[in-house]
Design a protein around this ligand. Structure first.
Ligand code: ZN
Ligand code: ZN
Length: 369
């Protein structure tokens, strides 16, 4: 179905100015979108406004966050993307429901988000147990299906996330990926209120949300990052301790925690951070791996066995995790450090992200129609 859509899109684009047909009472048939034209080639272009099939919603996008994963997709780091439009932090309002026009859980006018977990089969052992993130048949927004960096987007019903009414789309957007990823990783760290969690790479997009979620969850936060400015930022975000990432920091953490951190989450995309996450774990502690460096690290087997340390990966979060993560944001417990841009500025924003020049989270705000 997607291939058909892409072909139709390419065809329609060639006739962009000749087409005058209206459908569904929409004012126009074409929309502005960020479009991947080839490896590392992103342009702002016109695409036909998609038509929702049965089980899909047409969503008027209001905001879409820009994530480092978008750079990987655009640069074909994970193979040629099957989508034209990147973006997995799109948020907006359901304008049209495909098929019969009704859905048991969503209606026209509902506020929804289009996360990385774009759709899932709802029927495999993972979907049935609340682990849609592991569904082998999942589609990913802004990778295998078109994402949210466009004025309109298709949201499969099996992936759409309700956005609370008291949370702006711009504030909700980064929660759909960065927020839920940090929140789920903290749940996976199996820390109890009053216990320590160490966040490695704590000043970044995920880390600064992780500090706030951890505080809201009642954990004591130790932040690790690289510069005095970043450590000060971590303190401002609510870290109880903030240490410079070095050999020394392992001893500092073992000391302030009196034996190691109950949970550790490594957001930093470098193998050293992963090694550190095991080194600072307490007996019976859990180290959660989140960052995605193309690397390996050595596990000290004796330590892991004798201290009964758990090492596990964590990828985004389920629909339930996303709903919970948004609820923290709606209650003002977590707030993303956001810079807004227009869709026309996306190419430069991706370039800045690629070169590591972005602090906080960039969110595209669409013009009102
Ligand atoms: Zn992301
Ligand atoms: Zn499934």
């Amino acid at each position: 179905m997607r291939r058909t859509f892409l072909k139709a899109a390419a065809h329609a684009h060639a006739h962009a100015h000749a087409n005058t047909t209206n459908h569904s009472g929409r004012v126009k048939n074409f929309m502005k979108a960020a479009v991947i034209k080839g490896k590392s080639q992103l342009v702002v272009d016109q695409l036909p406004i998609p038509k929702p099939a049965d089980g899909e919603f047409l969503v008027k996008i209001h905001s879409c966050g820009v994530c480092h994963t978008d750079v990987h997709v655009i640069d074909s780091d994970w193979g040629t993307p099957k989508c034209q439009v990147p973006g997995h932090e799109g948020c907006g309002v359901i304008h049209e429901i495909g098929g019969s026009g009704v859905h048991p859980f969503f209606k026209v006018g509902d506020r929804v988000g289009l996360p990385w977990l774009g759709s899932c089969c709802l029927n495999c052992e993972y979907c049935l147990s609340g682990w849609q993130t592991l569904c082998p048949k999942q589609e990913n927004a802004g990778f295998s299906i078109n994402g949210g960096m466009s004025e309109w987007a298709i949201a499969p019903a099996s992936g759409a996330i309700p956005v609370p009414n008291n949370l702006s789309f711009t504030k909700a957007a980064p929660i759909l990926c960065a927020g839920v990823t940090a929140y789920k990783a903290l749940k996976e760290a199996e820390v109890h209120p009053g216990e320590f969690v160490t966040l490695i790479g704590a000043a970044g997009g995920l880390g600064h949300l992780g500090i706030q979620y951890a505080n809201a969850m009642g954990y004591r936060v130790i932040a690790l990052d690289l510069t005095p400015e970043k450590l000060a930022f971590c303190k401002k975000m609510g870290a109880e301790f903030a240490f410079d990432m070095s050999e020394k920091s392992v001893h500092q953490i073992l000391e302030v925690t009196n034996g190691g951190s109950h949970g550790v989450v490594c957001f930093a995309p470098n193998a050293n951070g992963f090694k550190t996450s095991v080194d600072v774990a307490r007996r019976k502690g859990t180290a959660v791996l989140v960052g995605l460096p193309n690397a390996s690290f050595q596990l000290p087997i004796v330590d892991v066995v004798l201290k009964r340390i758990t090492v596990r990966g964590s990828i985004v979060g389920s629909r339930k995790d996303a709903i919970e993560a948004l609820d923290f944001a709606a209650r003002g417990e977590v707030e993303t450090d956001i810079k807004t841009i227009q869709l026309d500025e996306i190419v430069g924003a991706i370039d800045r992200l690629r070169s590591g020049k972005v602090e906080g989270r960039t969110v595209i705000e669409m013009p009102a129609h």
